[in-house]
Design a protein around this ligand. Structure first.
Ligand code: PLP
Length: 381
């Protein structure tokens, strides 16, 4: 696809971050409006966004619902965990990074019985190990996992795990925040009851709300389980449904307008697979260029998603991450600090309105910063 970089105005930097990320100028321009929250045009927009999200995958309208929820991604994860698990339920959370850990923290705050299943941050959850763990546990009613663990870039095997969770008769919740829109997810085949993502990741919208694709039957049976008012998923859905697109509380109108344009641009690009392919090419170009300069990726390539990549700090006393970050920033490139609990890494995202052209620009900037730090290997000079 031809994609000229109309994303960045003179004063903004290119974001190689996992969201908020670089959005197109046309997505930003779609926000230049005022619209009331009861306006017929706005309500029609909400309804259309809900159906268009379901149409992005194998999420048939007969069985699935889409609920929009104000806030950042975490609010939506908290909405699901705090409002679908009954008082006598028990949640197993798989943790191999900060986002899994955050789900466990949410469960603790709401007093939800928790079975924490933790792996090292460089190990992925597979169907086999989850089956083993489920067989050894008792009373698990709900299971939650992160698809792309944005902490490292690790891709957990959510579809395979789903079959195991379903065989154990548990309800399956997937945080697909940083993968939805670029990696196809088979909700039906994987028996996923709640699939969560947000506006400002692979759909390339601006921050302000997230969404849940939910199995209608499971959503209906969550009625009355909410532990908060504003994050009550069932109620948000019921009101949105009965009133033709009305949010219970002030909706992020401009974010929703931008999101409509972002979905148009996703369609124009060729949909989820085409978007994933662009990101895959970004990731490939990034890894090759970084490797040539002597950087080592944190994960094994077969565990690594094309969404975001963690690179180890070079073993060189001249490397100082805050300098590195600041120099790149002043050249117009924003990278992401690491978030791993033990290993020193930084992260570079491949998502957002960027192509291999911008990846090449970033690689050239990294090259010049390393040269300035006098730490290039002879081979990369
Ligand atoms: C971005 C992200 C979230 C949500 O983070 P917010 O800062 O609340 O938007 C949750 N899970 C994963 C895997 C993410 O990448």
């Amino acid at each position: 696809m031809m994609m000229t970089n109309m994303a960045v105005s003179g004063r903004d930097k290119l974001l190689f971050t996992p969201g908020p990320l670089t959005t197109s100028m046309t997505v930003k321009e779609a926000m230049l409006r005022d619209l009331g929250s009861l306006d017929g045009e706005f309500l029609a927009l909400v309804q259309s966004l809900r159906s268009r999200l379901l149409a992005l995958g194998s999420y048939p309208r007969e069985s699935y619902e889409c609920v929009l929820m104000q806030g950042s991604g975490t609010y939506v994860v908290e909405s699901v965990l705090s409002s679908v698990i009954p008082r006598d339920g028990k949640l197993m959370v798989m943790v191999n990074g900060a986002y899994g850990r955050r789900m466990a923290q949410i469960a603790r705050i709401h007093g939800i019985a928790l079975d924490l299943f933790e792996l090292a941050e460089n190990r992925k959850f597979t169907a086999e190990i989850v089956a083993e763990r489920l067989a050894a546990s008792s009373g698990i009613t709900h299971v939650a996992v992160v698809h792309c663990e944005t902490t490292s870039g690790m891709l957990n095997q959510v579809e395979e795990i789903g079959r195991v969770v379903s065989a154990a008769n548990a309800i399956y919740i997937v945080d697909a925040m940083s993968s939805f829109g670029a990696i196809p997810i088979d909700m039906t085949g994987a028996h996923i009851s709640f699939l969560i993502s947000s506006a400002n990741k692979c759909i390339e919208g601006v921050p302000g709300f997230g969404f849940v694709l939910a199995n209608r039957h499971t959503l209906e049976s969550a009625k009355g389980n909410a532990r908060t008012l504003s994050l009550d998923l069932y109620d948000q859905w019921a009101i949105m449904e009965s009133s033709g697109g009305h949010f219970r509380f002030t909706p992020p109108i401009q974010t929703l307008l931008a999101f409509e344009q972002a979905l148009n641009e996703l369609d124009e690009e060729g949909g989820v697979r085409a978007r994933g392919e662009r990101y895959r090419q970004n990731h490939r170009a990034l890894c090759m260029g970084m490797k040539a300069m002597g950087f080592e990726a944190y994960l094994a390539e077969e565990d690594q998603s094309f969404i975001i990549t963690s690179f180890r700090y070079p073993v060189d006393p001249r490397f100082d991450f805050s300098n590195f970050y600041a120099e790149l920033w002043s050249l117009g490139f924003v990278i992401y600090p690491g978030k791993l609990s033990k290993d020193l890494c930084f992260r570079i995202g491949s998502i957002g309105r960027i192509t291999t052209t911008e990846i090449d620009q970033l690689l050239r900037a990294i090259h010049s910063v390393l040269r300035q730090m006098e730490m290039l290997l002879p081979a990369a000079l």
